[in-house]
Design a protein around this ligand. Structure first.
Ligand SMILES: [Zn+2]
Length: 235
């Protein structure tokens, strides 16, 4: 089991890079994923909910430290070094979420904020032991893939539930809406990750879906819900 004093000693050694830098790295990585290319200051400032002048100062520092490649008119992108750090933070975040849900029995709607704190413990030894302790999980409690020790992600074949036609069957594999409100709503209507979902019919008027759950229960969900859920068809 984990020893608290070990965790504390890891936190004390936490001096490689600051929490703020790590949050920037993670935000840039996520924006790059979304846009598929370079990121600009305005989008990053918006993602971090801070003033763009603050962002510009930090980006200069990060470019000096070779985390990012910064060209004034073109925007910026992560260097190989920056990407490796960002993926490492995502790995730590998602493994901690698995730990919190599977070992400490937190709800999947309760773990994100705690993992935001735990992800900053930088000991690789701790994280590799945590990974092994959890049995090398491939996805976090929200279905997001966990990169392995080498930073490799499992390729996802998930599609939006809203892309499926009436009569098809799929497995609930992930979410695109990570808000607590959405997760609690899914709990309320009885939808959990891993569930088999059959699409009974689709209402033409507003694209709401009638879903048949494993429990034989039928539920009606709005297009906002079907656009927030990822499913795997051939499983
Ligand atoms: Zn999270």
């Amino acid at each position: 089991m984990f020893c608290l004093s070990y965790l504390v000693s890891c936190l004390k050694r936490n001096s490689m890079h600051s929490f703020t830098e790590e949050n920037y790295l993670k935000a840039i990585y996520k924006l790059e994923e979304k846009t598929g290319g370079r990121v600009n200051n305005t989008d990053l400032a918006k993602a971090l909910a801070i003033h763009s002048a603050t962002v510009t100062d930090m980006l200069k520092k990060m470019s000096e430290r070779k985390w990012i490649l910064y060209e004034k008119s073109k925007g910026f992108k992560l260097t190989g070094k920056g990407r490796k750090s960002a993926v490492g933070i995502i790995r730590r975040h998602r493994l901690w979420e698995v730990f919190l849900v599977s070992k400490l029995e937190f709800g999947w709607d309760e773990v994100h904020e705690i993992a935001e704190q735990l992800e900053h413990v930088q000991s690789e030894d701790l994280i590799n032991r945590l990974d092994s302790f959890l049995g090398y999980p491939k996805a976090d409690p929200h279905g997001d893939p966990i990169p392995d020790e080498n930073g490799e992600f499992m390729k996802s074949e998930a599609v939006l539930l809203s892309k499926l036609k009436a009569g098809s069957k799929a497995r609930f594999a992930g979410i695109t809406d990570h808000s607590t409100a959405f997760l609690s709503y899914l709990d309320k209507i009885g939808l959990a990750l891993g569930d088999t979902i059959k699409i009974g019919s689709i209402e033409e008027f507003d694209q709401s879906y009638i879903l048949q759950l494993k429990s034989k229960k039928e539920i009606i969900v709005s297009s906002r819900v079907t656009n927030g859920i990822l499913v795997v068809i051939n499983y």
